[in-house]
Design a protein around this ligand. Structure first.
Ligand SMILES: Cc1cc2nc3c(=O)[nH]c(=O)nc-3n(C[C@H](O)[C@H](O)[C@H](O)COP(=O)(O)OP(=O)(O)OC[C@H]3O[C@@H](n4cnc5c(N)ncnc54)[C@H](O)[C@@H]3O)c2cc1C
Length: 410
């Protein structure tokens, strides 16, 4: 079986590695002329780290990212609402990594080059259409060329050409008014140097975590400032590489200066700032049609809440390879993959619209806008714990079930 993958991002490359590990031939067609380490920080949750570990990438991940030990929710006054251990500290058998998205992509690309061979990875190949018959599926490229194989996996991201071909009336992704300014700053560590923080409330948020250690004791610190604008504000089309301005954010965070972190000072150290509207799409009724399917953001673009975008693409890739290996036909394998992955990712897309686990920020802000003496006067501990546990269950990473679940290795 030969599987053609459109898109060499996180999902496409993990699919190539997973198919190869399952003994299935895979070939990647990426539109960028050259692969560069683009993007800022992302989080790989233990369920995704498990999959990359089973692909033999544990050491490379450990050398590239920072194993996150704790997640803290903080109000606008710098007070702690909720803290929970993460990764190994939370009892998972696998760590959680905060990592530079571009470096992760390069790591996957290198591994795919070594294992599949350079001839199986193509750059400068923009997919514009697909076709299929009873025996094969074909990718059509912008330069007029075409390539045929047994199956097509469209992992071509949020502006997926394959999804648009199938759903021409879907229109642009849904934007409800939140804009993210994303950046990295080089700065001394805050807290223990391995903690992720989520601060503020629904209309003004700040997320921050280190993604690399430097020999001089500083860290590369990823931060995201999120503001909700009136929904009728004209805004730019989503583009991961669009530059933004610090002037649009710093004034809103001017008094977020706490004994353990000076937010505006960290922002001023930014190397470059990118702006991105927070968008998603309604879940599709199906991903697989015959020999062609969707994966990752092409299948289920979701709000980047709960650190799940890249992690869910990685899960898709592994489950896809497992079902293609087990099935009696390509069509049966792609249908089984869809049946396993569409319902949970649709539920997660919905949950993220409802603020996901970040809802604790909103509850604390509503009940105590001026701050609190003790958080449990405002939100009982049981309520906080229930919110955190519910999301983990939904996203497939509560420690007990993840640790006990059978491997997806085919
Ligand atoms: C340049 C870039 C920077 C990003 N930065 C961040 C970030 O800082 N933070 C964050 O949370 N998420 C970021 N993302 C998104 C994040 O990687 C995804 O949400 C997540 O990893 C799911 O992965 P994916 O493989 O589905 O999509 P992506 O990782 O977006 O990969 C899609 C790939 O398909 C390629 N492609 C697109 N159209 C075509 C086509 N027609 N033919 C062939 N190839 C095509 C793209 O160039 C890309 O390499 C970024 C994505 C990109 C492309």
């Amino acid at each position: 079986m030969r599987v053609l993958i459109a898109g060499g991002g996180i999902g496409g490359l993990t699919a190539a590695l997973s198919l190869h590990a399952a003994g299935i031939e895979a070939e990647v067609f990426e539109s960028a002329q050259e692969l560069r380490p683009l993007g800022v920080g992302i989080n790989l949750l233990p369920h995704a780290v498990r999959e990359l570990t089973e692909l033999g990438l544990a050491e490379r991940l450990a050398a590239t990212g920072i194993a996150t030990r704790e997640l803290r929710y903080i109000n606008v006054h710098g007070q702690l609402i909720w803290a929970e251990p993460r990764g190994l500290a939370a009892g998972y058998r696998w760590p959680q990594y905060s990592i530079h998205r571009g470096r992760l992509q390069m790591l996957l690309w290198e591994a795919a080059r070594e294992r599949l061979g350079p001839a199986r990875l193509h750059t400068g190949r923009r997919v514009v259409a697909t076709s299929q018959d009873r025996h094969s599926a074909t990718l059509h490229f912008a330069d007029g060329s075409r390539v045929s194989g047994d199956a097509i996996v469209a992992a071509d991201g949020i502006h997926s050409a394959v999804r648009a071909e199938r759903h021409p009336d879907e229109g642009p992704p849904r934007w409800k008014g939140a804009v993210l300014w994303r950046a990295t700053s080089i700065a001394p560590p805050f807290l223990d140097g391995a903690t992720m923080i989520q601060c503020g409330h629904h209309r003004l948020k700040f997320v921050c975590y280190p993604i690399a250690n430097h020999p001089d004791g500083t860290q590369l610190i990823n931060w995201i400032a999120e503001r909700v604008l009136p929904a009728d504000t004209p805004w730019n089309r989503e583009d991961w590489n669009r530059r933004g301005s610090l002037d649009d954010v710093i004034p809103h965070y001017a008094d977020w200066v706490w004994p353990w972190l000076d937010v505006p000072a960290l922002m001023r150290r930014a190397e470059a700032v990118y702006e991105f509207p927070m968008v998603d799409r309604d879940p599709l009724p199906r991903w697989s049609v015959g020999r062609i399917t969707l994966l990752g953001d092409a299948a289920h673009p979701m709000y980047p809440i709960g650190s799940n975008g890249a992690s869910q693409a990685i899960l898709d890739a592994r489950v896809l390879a497992m079902h293609l290996k087990r099935a009696r036909s390509v069509e049966e394998g792609l249908a089984a993959y869809e049946a396993a992955r569409l319902p949970p990712t649709a539920a997660l897309t919905e949950a993220n619209r409802g603020l996901g686990p970040d809802v604790v920020l909103e509850i604390a802000h509503q009940r105590a806008p001026q701050g609190f003496r003790h958080i449990h006067d405002v939100i009982p501990e049981a309520e906080l714990a229930a919110i955190a546990a519910r999301y983990k269950q939904l996203a497939g990473f509560d420690p007990a079930s993840l640790n006990a679940r059978e491997s997806y290795s085919a």
